[in-house]
Design a binder for this molecule. Structure first.
Ligand SMILES: N[C@@H](CCC(=O)N[C@@H](CS)C(=O)NCC(=O)O)C(=O)O
Length: 110
């Protein structure tokens, strides 16, 4: 039988896997943005992907301490947004914006 910590770990990564699964069906990159409700940088990140016409999944961790803890452990960052492309952590808005300016974001999304 699975113990609770393994069960929780599976639940925490399930949305990343689900997003990747659906993205593969449509041959696009999966983009998952972890946000909180009051967060200017989250708005900027979402606007960037929307402007580029890139679909993303948003996971609001405002009221989910466990998921937030998992996010901190996984990314090593305590701020939101945290953005994953194809299940890889790519950082927050500043990092994604830097990738965009360098022309690297489109390569990751291809
Ligand atoms: N450099 C980060 C800044 C993100 C940031 O400051 N986010 C705020 C919310 S909008 C936050 O998480 N603050 C909580 C904290 O600093 O602990 C980025 O570009 O994503």
């Amino acid at each position: 039988m699975l113990n609770m910590s393994v069960t929780r770990q599976i639940a925490n990564v399930a949305h990343l896997r689900a997003a990747q699964f659906v993205a593969k069906l449509y041959s696009v990159a999966s983009v998952v943005i972890y946000t909180t409700k009051i967060c200017a940088y989250c708005g900027r990140a979402k606007a960037l992907f929307a402007r580029k016409g890139v679909a993303y999944s948003e996971i609001d961790v405002s009221e989910d301490d466990e998921k937030r803890l998992w996010l901190m452990k996984t990314t090593g960052q305590r701020t939101v947004p945290q953005i994953f492309i194809n299940e890889q952590s790519v950082g927050g808005f500043d990092e994604v914006w830097a990738l965009e300016r360098q022309g690297e974001l489109d390569r990751l999304l291809a």
